[in-house]
Design a protein around this ligand. Sequence first.
Ligand SMILES: [Zn+2]
Length: 464
Amino acid sequence: MKLRICGAAQTVTGSQYLIEINGTRVLLECGLFQGRRQETYTRNQNFPFDPRRIDVMLLSHAHIDHSGNIPNLVKQGFDGPIFATPPTVDLAKIMLLDSAHIQESDTEYVNFKHAKRGEPPVEPLYTIDEAEQAGKKFSPIGYNKPFEPAPGLTVHFVDAGHILGSAAMALELEEKGHRVRLWFSGDIGRPDLPLLRDPILPADADYLLMESTYGDKPHRDPDEAFDEFSRVVTRTIKRGGKVIIPAFAVGRTQELVYFLHKMVDDGRIPAVPIFVDSPLAVNASDIFKKHPECFDEETMAFMKEGHPALEFANLTYTRSVDESKALNGRKEPMIIISASGMAENGRIRHHIRNNIEDPNSTILIVSWQAPDTLGRLLADRAPSVMIFGEKYRCKAEIATIGGLSAHAGQDFLLEYANALRGRAKQVILVHGEEKAATILKDRMEDWRVAPRVDYPKLNTVLEF
Ligand SMILES: [Zn+2]
């Protein structure tokens, strides 16, 4: 049996790993590669295997860098089932539609420019219709329910504590009497974040295929980060401004809503109106509410005290464009959470534009921002930024709060791998930039977590 690293090799996006066992091909993940536009398009368009020859797919969680190329896989001939946990299935369906919408509008823009230069039009990677077709391939399987997606392969999903529905996978493979246990981490969450249950540590595996995103550093204590968050919000409200928070629609937004609920309840921040203004975030929040079985004990206890999940008096979810625009006309202090998380598209750009020149308001950055994004320019304290083709001076307060990532930091990644010390033969590091993964690899070697720790290149084939 073989494992081929087809994506997220020495980088963090485009997760894809291909297992061959007893003549069957099983694809773990089918993520979008994200980077510069042209390279991105070509990489995502061309799979390093024939999609028609993939028999079955397993998906750890709904994030686009793990799921976002599924509609294209189906478009190019994949016709098998896609197994994932029930919340992942629900989230992936709406996220793929949203991604298709972005693909279509990006292509429209590119084709507008092509037409001006007399160049031929390009096709979107996939359309909304194709994303809908792909949605029909999903087959939900709950946590801790072993199933056999291919002859000789038994899988069970365990909680990864990363986003709603996220799973690690314990795979048992058997070919010609030879048995191997492979543990695939998916994205590893954090043990101490609010809302979701903690990640489960791996048990009994010969090989560990794991992510290494934050392999170079431990995270700060989330309590400290949330203290700072409440101070920023309080001082902005006191001076009569608005707090504008760019946040990923799935995961981060719901975490913030839960946390704001508790802060208002405890009197730590004034009870001003709070808006979640992003159709995807609103849909994702509905899915969170549908799956309270994924919440941690603290959240369950909070709900038992009479607080419904992700709902409270000051909170309004806005769907329509008119509701979103109306927020701009309101002058009282408020908190607006909107997507996208790096302010590259979506309604957040309107809210930033409307508040960036108001010294009473605050743009609050709560996650890592990729180079060249509007979010990154703001976080780097650019004196002015371009939004919708116009220049705006940055007069609002810009606050950045680290330590709220949904990924494990170095300390927990080490603890995770170390759970297999004395049992695993090899740790295979993926989903990490070179610096982070190399530092993590060195630490793992110091700790002697396994006889071998590797950080394979793209298309490396491992034989078991
Ligand atoms: Zn993820």
